[in-house]
Design a protein around this ligand. Sequence first.
Ligand SMILES: Nc1nc2c(ncn2[C@@H]2O[C@H](COP(=O)(O)OP(=O)(O)OP(=O)(O)O)[C@@H](O)[C@H]2O)c(=O)[nH]1
Ligand SMILES: [Mg+2]
Length: 381
Amino acid sequence: MMSETEETVEQKARYIMIGGFLGAGKTTSIAKMAQMLTDQGLKVGLITNDQGNELVDTAMLRSRGFATEEIPGGCFCCRFNSLVDAAAKLNEETRPDVFIAEPVGSCTDLVATVTYPLRRMYGEDFRIAPLSVVVDPVRAARVFGLNEGGRFSEKVRYIYKKQLEEADVIVINKCDILEECDIAMLGNCLNEHFPNARIFEVSAREGKGLNSWFEHLWDTDQEARVAMDVDYEVYAEGEALLGWLNCTVQLSAETEFDANKALRVLCKRIQERLAEQEAEIAHLKMTFSPDGGIGDIAVVNLVRNDYVAELSQELDDTVKGGQLIINMRAEAAPEMLSETVEQGLKALKDRFPELASKVEHSEHFRPGKPEPTHRIADPVA
Ligand SMILES: Nc1nc2c(ncn2[C@@H]2O[C@H](COP(=O)(O)OP(=O)(O)OP(=O)(O)O)[C@@H](O)[C@H]2O)c(=O)[nH]1
Ligand SMILES: [Mg+2]
C-alpha cells in the first residue's frame, strides 16, 4: 500500500478525514485503517470530535491502544484552532506519519472550512487526502427514496445530501448486511446524484474492500476545486432538529454482574421509548469500562429504530462496577432524550436490583448554528 517515498512521508504527515452521517461506520473504519497502518510500521494519531463531552468514540479507540486526541464541545469547522492544537499535541507525543480525523456526523462543508484552511495555513506540514464520506446503505436508501422506513425530516436530509455532495470519495459501508443487487442499486443512485465522487463498496466490520479505499487515500491528494454552496440557515435548522445527549454514569454492585447484559437491557428500554415517541434514532452508542480494567470495554450501538442493538465489543468476565458512557443522537427534543435515559436506568435497576447508578456528568442540547472559524470556498483564489 505504501507507494510513497520514505522521504516524502518523513517530511509531511498525511491528513485523512473520514466523514459521513451519524452511525455510518466512521469510527469502525478508522479503527481498521489505524490498525492496518500500525501493522505496516507507521505511526498514527487519531482525532475524534463531537458536540458534547465524554465521547464514546474516544473511549473505543483508546481502548484499542491508538493515540487519540478528542475535540469535544463543537465541530472541527467551528473549532479549527483546536484541531490544529490536537494535531500538535499528537505530534509532541508520537510524531504520527498519518493523522486520521473523524468529524461530527451531522457536519458538512468540511472542504471549505477544514481542508482548504489546513492546506492554506499548514500546507507545509500536511498532505491532505481526498475527503471520504461513509454511508450506511439502509439509511442512504431511505434518504434517496429507494426504500421505505423511518426517515429524518427534510432539513436533516439536506445535511445528509450536502455531506455526499462534497465527498471526493463515497464509501458504501456495511455491504455485509445487503444483497448485492441492493448495493448495485444504491451505487447507481449515488453515482447519478454525485458523478464526481469515486465510489467504494466495503464492509468495515468484516474488513472487506478496505484495501483499495485505503490505498486510494494514501496515493491521492485532495483535488483543489471550488467548494459547494451551503445554505447555513437550513444547515443550522437541520442540526438543531437533532437532539444530543451525552452522559456518564458510575455503576456499582456488591456482587458481580454481567455488564454486557446490563447494556442490552438499557439499550432496549431506550429504544422502546424512542419508538413510542416516534423519535428517529441517528445513533445511540454506549461503552462500559470496568473499574481497574486494563483496556477491555463493552460497546453497544443502535443506528435505526427498526434495528437490533448490537454489542460490537463484549466483556469476557462479570464485574462489580465501572463507568458507563452514553452518547445519543435522535431527531427529538433533548429533554425527552434525558427522560428516556432516566427511564432506562430505572429499568436497569428493576432488572438488577443490587445495582447502584450515579450520574456523574449529563448534558442534553440541540447543536447551535455552525459558525466556522474559516471558510475558503476557492482554494486557488
Ligand atoms: N453490519 C455492519 N455493521 C457495521 C459496519 N461498520 C460499522 N458497523 C456498525 O455500525 C454501528 C456504527 O458504527 P460507528 O463506526 O460507531 O459509526 P460512526 O459513523 O463512527 O458513528 P458516529 O460517530 O456516531 O457518527 C456500530 O454498531 C458498528 O458496529 C459494517 O461494515 N457492517
Ligand atoms: Mg464515530
